[in-house]
Design a protein around this ligand. Sequence first.
Ligand SMILES: NC(=O)c1ccc[n+]([C@@H]2O[C@H](COP(=O)([O-])OP(=O)(O)OC[C@H]3O[C@@H](n4cnc5c(N)ncnc54)[C@H](OP(=O)(O)O)[C@@H]3O)[C@@H](O)[C@H]2O)c1
Length: 335
Amino acid sequence: MKIAIVGASGAVGQEFLRVLEERNFPFDELILFGSSRSAGTYYTCRGKKYQVRLLQHNDDFKGVDIAFVSAGAGTSREFADTITKYGAVMIDNSSAFRMEEDVPLVVPEVNAQDAGRRPRNIIANPNCTTIQMVVALQAIEKISHIKRVRVATYQAASGAGAAAMQELCNQYTQIASGETPVVEKFAYQLAYNLIPHIDVFTENGYTKEEMKMFHETRKIMHSDIRVSATCVRVPALRAHSESIWVETERPLSVEEAKEAFRKADGIVLQDNPERKEYPMPLFVSGKDPVYVGRIRKDIAFENGLTFWTVGDQIKKGAALNAVQIAEYLYNNKLL
Ligand SMILES: NC(=O)c1ccc[n+]([C@@H]2O[C@H](COP(=O)([O-])OP(=O)(O)OC[C@H]3O[C@@H](n4cnc5c(N)ncnc54)[C@H](OP(=O)(O)O)[C@@H]3O)[C@@H](O)[C@H]2O)c1
């Protein structure tokens, strides 16, 4: 199998190289692509060095089976035809095609089978905050339909890319040495701060990131579920956290919910408040599963349940989810 990574130098692209190593994904050939900024750079995967090629409108994707694309929505839109025209399956990490009807939006723990219907040979990887939330919601949905969700996110700096993560680190150093921190990637200084603004604001006052959580969750879960989100950037480096309130059709006990999370694919239950055991981004960074804890009956809503999730958004929220989709296609002879 021949695979390609577009955006190899980026936060997600680098994670693809690590995930491919860790999971022993069966490929014979690997081609890396980037813009003129990284073309010519070498990266190592499974002990072999690969040079980044310049992404161009040519025949470079002839013979490629799967292209993992994470180079922003503009690049995905511009190069989708070039990437797919000889039959490569494009698994796209950007928001470019997620809500298009003829593009499946897939989280393998929830709707893997959707990946089989892909008329344009494009499969979209959902937004990172949505991925970890639906993995947790699906466990509850299996025991009672979820009508409504309220969610507040605590999103790490690396969610905005490798340069944004570096900006946060630099700000702490700059402040410590008495300099004015440089702010380029975020709307404000993120060090010692929280920013309740991710992506652009839309007409209804929610941001695009928040509306992605509404629309993408419905598409992935094939559900009429309603999601009201507040997305906040926090000065964590890696792994997003979410405080989630769900309203189910029938009342659920905490024990039932715990059992559902224990049994679910892709979830680790970490919920032992007496021993101070609950998920935190510092410890979930680099891990595959979505961690769930702080499970409580909601005291403000009928049939309400409250819990806390943490997931590595570069891994499960991006590269790992895409590789799991590829594994599903390969294992089910859907390539
Ligand atoms: N970071 C996350 O947690 C996360 C999670 C889920 C989804 N995503 C999505 O994944 C995508 C990449 O995010 P990231 O965080 O990895 O960003 P990043 O660290 O800023 O990396 C961007 C990558 O895109 C490449 N690129 C940009 N323009 C290009 C072009 N014209 N042709 C070829 N390559 C080009 C860059 O290559 P050069 O270095 O050569 O310019 C770089 O490898 C975005 O769509 C983002 O929304 C990110």
